[in-house]
Design a binder for this molecule. Structure first.
Ligand SMILES: [Zn+2]
Length: 152
């Protein structure tokens, strides 16, 4: 598999994702299209098991192995997002850098585009001597305010 080039245009839609597959020389099989269609329609972070279940519930026949192989290939090509969690991997439709709000009570991950103030980036660069080119932030919290109070 070729690694994606930095100058590739961002993926903003299902069509962009399918085009990216072709640009990378990946065959767009029926199963691969099913997975991309599902991720772009759900806009959530799903496990391979959930993707398998949802597709089969929709009457789209796809085997376990095919789901895992396609998710591996799509995330290796940076066409989809892969989140490593202690209880396994989750896959999302947004492949560009973005931040997450992690809900500790619902286990939901909410995608977020957030830009830090330039002063903070400058401060980090001054403290570390590293020129920052990209970042992803993980926020953690509770959807249910009552649970948040327990922690304080
Ligand atoms: Zn995400």
């Amino acid at each position: 598999m070729k690694t994606p080039e930095a100058n590739l245009t961002p993926i903003n839609s299902l069509e962009d994702a399918l085009t990216r597959c072709q640009d990378l020389g990946m065959r767009v099989s029926r199963q691969r299209r099913y997975i991309l269609e599902l991720l772009w329609s759900q806009e959530e972070h799903l496990s391979a098991r959930e993707i398998y279940d949802l597709l089969n519930q929709q009457g789209k026949e796809i085997g376990h192995t095919s789901v895992y192989q396609n998710l591996d290939a799509l995330s290796a090509g940076s066409i989809i997002e892969c989140v490593e969690r202690s209880d396994g991997r989750l896959y999302g439709n947004i492949s560009d850098s973005h931040s997450h709000v992690n809900c500790l009570d619902t286990n939901q991950i909410i995608d977020l585009q957030i830009e830090l103030p330039k002063a903070i980036i400058k401060q980090i660069e001054a403290e570390t001597g590293v020129t920052i080119t990209d970042y992803r932030i993980d926020f953690f919290g509770y959807k249910n305010a009552a649970k948040a109070d327990l922690g304080s």
